[in-house]
Write a protein that binds this ligand. Structure first.
Ligand code: SAM
Length: 300
């Protein structure tokens, strides 16, 4: 049976001091590393429920912090690799690692980690795991987008799902419908790789220290097959980027103004006509599949 947290951390009395005890030491949360530690066991339980873990699952936890979720993840999964950048948190996490037996604490920047080589091949495959890799994390909000994009773009074939705590507004962008203010490049990209779903929202008082924003747990279930055929994935993502980098402009102008698209207004207008779209349409009106069609027709 794996303990829930490293030594010393109780999560209680957080209002009475400005630092948390972990491994017998006092830890002052570092704002620069996005350290808002979960302080509510019900939220941890709900995240575990959303992750639907089993003994054949291999879990990557980004930023275990004080270990609010780590021990519970190890109880339910086959193996957990927990990647934490903050060296000050490592001694307590290493104690937890010793006790769990199926946990590896890796002191590294997730953005500089080769997930396939260093985690999946290094820890999961030798243990007969790796068929079902799940990312479970209360993400550091200052780098949410690069972390999510890294997993989607580099590891989409390896990962089964991501169950992640993000800012509520980021969760709303991931799950937005075309036409609204939240719909953008992130929505299209996330939907290309996965089926996103907001599981529940989490108020600031469930963290220590309290973040200045509401949070939400979102589940990105990775697609086994792409949702539509693309001639060039790179061209598709450039098209999406160009469309939303000037979202107040018409799609025709936004694409023609982007030097890396190398396309004329006339060509965009011709393709939009073929798609049955108004030449004045803005990018935010196109569904992800329509962006795919647009990209394919621009290449042809
Ligand atoms: N999982 C813990 C919890 O729920 O209480 C901590 C979550 S806290 C929001 C984010 C954690 O990510 C912190 O422990 C922070 O040090 C860590 N972190 C920040 N940047 C990181 C990076 N580039 N790579 C790995 N971990 C990082």
């Amino acid at each position: 049976m794996c303990p829930q947290r490293p030594d010393g951390f109780t999560g209680k009395n957080e209002s009475k001091r400005d630092s948390q005890a972990a491994g017998g030491e006092f830890i002052r949360p570092k704002k620069s590393l996005g350290q808002n530690f979960l302080n509510d066991t019900r939220v941890v339980q709900d995240i575990l429920c959303a992750a639907e873990l089993g003994e054949n699952d291999a879990v990557i936890e980004v930023g275990p912090g004080l270990g609010a979720m780590t021990g519970k993840l190890a109880e339910q999964a086959g193996f957990v690799a927990a990647v934490e950048i903050d060296t000050a948190l490592i001694p307590a996490l290493k104690k937890l690692e010793e006790r769990c037996g199926n946990l590896a604490v890796i002191n590294r920047d997730i953005l500089k980690t080769d997930v396939r080589k260093d985690i999946i091949e290094g820890f999961f495959l030798p243990r007969g795991l790796g068929g079902s890799v799940k990312v479970v994390a209360n993400l550091p909000y200052y780098i949410t987008t690069p972390i999510v994009m890294k997993f989607l773009e580099e590891n989409s074939a390896d990962i089964d799902s991501l169950v992640i705590m993000v800012q509520k507004e980021v969760a709303e962008r991931m799950t937005a419908d075309p036409g609204g203010k939240d719909y953008g490049a992130m929505t299209v990209t996330v939907n290309y790789f996965s089926e996103p779903e907001i599981m529940f929202t989490v108020p600031p008082h469930c963290f220590y220290p309290r973040p200045g924003v509401d949070s939400a747990v979102v589940r990105l279930k990775m697609r086994k097959e792409p949702p539509f055929e693309l001639i060039s994935r790179d061209h598709f993502f450039l098209t999406v980027r160009a469309a939303f980098s000037q979202r107040r402009k018409t799609l025709t102008n936004a694409l023609a103004n982007a030097p890396y698209m190398n396309v004329t207004r006339e060509k965009v207008a011709e393709v939009l006509a073929k798609m049955g779209k108004d030449v004045m349409v803005r990018g935010e009106r196109l569904s992800p599949a329509e962006f795919g069609q647009l990209s394919n027709l621009l290449i042809k």
